[in-house]
Design a protein around this ligand. Structure first.
Ligand SMILES: Cc1ncc(COP(=O)(O)O)c(C=O)c1O
Length: 360
C-alpha cells in the first residue's frame, strides 16, 4: 500500500498558465522551460501536455534526449549549449537548437562536421555575468556565425538577473544593453524574458519568451501572489495522517525536544519529511492544511514524518489527506517559512514522492 505521499500534477492548470503566458505576450512564441524535470512536475508529462508550445528549453543534453525519445517533435533548446564536440554532433542529429555563450563553443561549430545545420542562439551578457559573451565580443561572434554552413539561423538571447524585483535598476540597464546589441548585430529574432520579465511588459518580450516558473503556477514576482496573477498551482504536495495522539501539557515533541506543549494538545503525524523534499528548516509559523484547516507544525521535521497540532480538526481520521502546498497554501508561503524560493521547493521533491497526473 502506498503511504499516500504524492505530488498531484494538474495538467489543466499547466495549460491555463501557458495560455496566460500567451495573453501577456501575444506576439511572442513560447519556449516552455522544462529543465529540472519540469521544475519537479515531470519532464515528459509536462511537455506532452503542452502540444501548442512552440518549443522547449532544457539545461542538459540528457533532458533533450528524454523528450525526443518520448516523441516530442517541437524545437528543443539546449540552454547551456553543448559541452563537447560529440554533444554538438548529437544536437545536429536530434535537431536540437543550441545556445552559444563561449568562444570555444564557436570554435567547435567552426571545426565540426554536422549531420544538419543548427539554429544557434547567441547568448550575450547584458549584466547578469553568468553565461553569455561580453558586449564587445558579440558583433564579431555574430559575423563569424553568419559565415558557417553548420548554422541555419542565428538568434540573440540574454537573461535578466533581477526581473523578480520591480524597480531593480539592472532591469532597465540590461534592457538597454540588449536593445543596443540587437541593433549592432541586426538580429531579427531574439529572446530575453523569463516568467518575471514576461509579466513586466512588452518591452521585454521580443519574438520568443521563455517561461518556467509561471507555467507551474508559482509567482515569479516578489510583490505579487500567484492568485493575483491568476496563476493556478500545478503541483499539490500531499501526504496522509499516519498516527494520532494527545500530548500532555509540558511534554516535548520530536528530535531535540524543541517544542513543548503548553496544554494537552491533539497531534497528528504526517507521512512526509525532508527525505521527500519538504524543507527541514521552517519557521514557527509553518502549517499544513487538513480538511482546509490550518494545522501548525510542532517540533522538527524529520526524514519521513512531521508532526502537526490538530486542535482545529481533532477528529481527523487516520489516512486523511494533508496538503503541504498547493491549492489554498501557495508554495511561495512554504518557501518564505523555509527562507528559500518557490523554485527550490518545487525542484527538490524527491523521487520517492509519486507523481499523479490529473487532466480533468
Ligand atoms: C536561460 C533561462 N531562461 C528562462 C528560464 C526560466 O525562468 P523562470 O522559471 O524564472 O521563468 C531559466 C530558468 O532558470 C533560464 O535559465
Amino acid at each position: 500500500m502506498s503511504r499516500g505521499t504524492r505530488a498531484v500534477i494538474d495538467l489543466l492548470a499547466l495549460q491555463h498558465n501557458c495560455a496566460l503566458v500567451r495573453r501577456h505576450a501575444p506576439f511572442s512564441r513560447v519556449l516552455a522551460v522544462v529543465k529540472a524535470d519540469a521544475y519537479g512536475s515531470g519532464l515528459v508529462q509536462v511537455a506532452q501536455a503542452l502540444p501548442d508550445a512552440d518549443g522547449f528549453g532544457v539545461a542538459t543534453f540528457d533532458e533533450a534526449m528524454a523528450l525526443r525519445s518520448a516523441g516530442i517533435t517541437q524545437p528543443i533548446l539546449l540552454m547551456e549549449g553543448v559541452l563537447s564536440p560529440a554533444e554538438l554532433q548529437g544536437a545536429a542529429q536530434q535537431r536540437l537548437d543550441i545556445v552559444v555563450h563561449q568562444e570555444w563553443q564557436l570554435e567547435w561549430l567552426r571545426t565540426t562536421t554536422l549531420a544538419a545545420p543548427l539554429v544557434v542562439w547567441l547568448k550575450v551578457d547584458t549584466g547578469m555575468h553568468r553565461l553569455g559573451l561580453p558586449a564587445d565580443k558579440v558583433v564579431q561572434a555574430w559575423q563569424s556565425l553568419q559565415g558557417l554552413s553548420q548554422v541555419s539561423e542565428i538568434r540573440l538571447m540574454s537573461h535578466l538577473a533581477c526581473a523578480d524585483e520591480q524597480d531593480h535598476p539592472l532591469n532597465a540597464q540590461q534592457r538597454e544593453s540588449f536593445a543596443i546589441l540587437m541593433q549592432k548585430t541586426g538580429a531579427t529574432t531574439a529572446s530575453f524574458a523569463n516568467s518575471a520579465a514576461i509579466l513586466r511588459g512588452a518591452d521585454f518580450h521580443y519574438q520568443w519568451v521563455r517561461p518556467g516558473l509561471m507555467l507551474y503556477g508559482a509567482s515569479p514576482l516578489l510583490e505579487t501572489s500567484a492568485a493575483e496573477l491568476e496563476l493556478r498551482p500545478v503541483m499539490q504536495l500531499e501526504a496522509s495522517v499516519i498516527a494520532k495522539s494527545v500530548v500532555p501539557a509540558g511534554a516535548t515533541v520530536g528530535y531535540g525536544a524543541t517544542w513543548r506543549a503548553r496544554r494537552d494538545t491533539p497531534l497528528a503525524v504526517v507521512a512526509i519529511g525532508y527525505g521527500d523534499g519538504y524543507p527541514r528548516h521552517v519557521s514557527r509559523d509553518a502549517y499544513v492544511l487538513i480538511a482546509g484547516k490550518r494545522c501548525p507544525l510542532v517540533g522538527r521535521v524529520s526524514m519521513d514524518m512531521l508532526t502537526v497540532d490538530i486542535s482545529a480538526v481533532p477528529d481527523v481520521a487516520i489516512n486523511a489527506p494533508v496538503v503541504l502546498w498547493g491549492n489554498g497554501l501557495p508554495v511561495e508561503q512554504v518557501a518564505a517559512w523555509a527562507g528559500t524560493v518557490n523554485y527550490e521547493l518545487l525542484c527538490q521533491v524527491t523521487d520517492r514522492v509519486q507523481r499523479v497526473y490529473k487532466a480533468g
